[in-house]
Design a protein around this ligand. Sequence first.
Ligand SMILES: Nc1ncnc2c1ncn2[C@@H]1O[C@H](COP(=O)(O)OP(=O)(O)O)[C@@H](O)[C@H]1O
Ligand SMILES: [Mg+2]
Length: 287
Amino acid sequence: MAHIISTINLKGGVGKTTITAALAEIIAGDYGKRVLIIDLDPQTNLTVYMIGVVRWRELNESGRTLATLFRDAVDPRPAGSLFDVRAALQRDVSPVRSVTQVDLLASSLDLIDLQDRLLSPSGGFFYNPVELLHRQLEKISADYDYILIDCPPNLSMLTLNGVRISDGYIIPTIPDFMSTYGIPQVRSRIQRFATNVGLDIPAFGLVVSKYRANASLHQQMADYLARSGRDAGLHVFESRIPESADIAAAAEFNDWGTLRQRYGNKGQYDALAALTAEFMNVVEGAR
Ligand SMILES: Nc1ncnc2c1ncn2[C@@H]1O[C@H](COP(=O)(O)OP(=O)(O)O)[C@@H](O)[C@H]1O
Ligand SMILES: [Mg+2]
């Protein structure tokens, strides 16, 4: 059975997408696992990160993004559903040549409007809006070792669709006061949701991202998070992801030879690889 993990934070810009992409590519590239990434964020960053905007547009025009899945539910058609999960699946999407076995379910800007309508279906059609992704994933999840879900920076119905099928979630955060402010809310909201649907969906841990090791505020906050996490039963991953121009440049849609070239050869790739090892350890130990 695939390990399914969501990446969540109510804040944008904290490294959710970057870390999801790196985990997926390293798990596939260095460990030979089959990985599916699911982009639930209407901003489509992960999608464009992997396949570029031209190919995204083609997918969007031919109904092969997750917008079609959710549109089927709010605009039911007599002819039945339009979304075909196997047709939507994009295979071997990593632009890193040495990485195969990362597949993608693409997001769409059209989800911006759809996410508001998911709570108010137009007359007479009954569905449970939290189960929409679950019903599709059942058809394909056995094909993967890991499924990583990049969530939007909110707890909308889209995010809950991802949380619903997850074994647990990780919370990337920049180690400063503003970025860490909403973390207890994320945890308690997901805990309440999990209780409501009768599932156990733990936080697998906090990932310190955009870490500036020479900034004493970052150091102090990261150390504080590790200590207070221990008290609050929240694991904090030991590998901190440095703030780095190379990691930022990895987001450019480009042709990369190796993971080291994509993420940076001055400790950046190594930090991401160490995080990945820790992550797999926690996730596989949780089962
Ligand atoms: N470790 C890092 N060092 C430098 N820039 C980063 C790092 N991680 C992410 N970024 C950049 O910061 C911006 C936000 O990151 P992203 O992963 O998209 O965050 P989120 O998904 O939480 O909004 C992007 O431009 C990304 O390239
Ligand atoms: Mg993002």
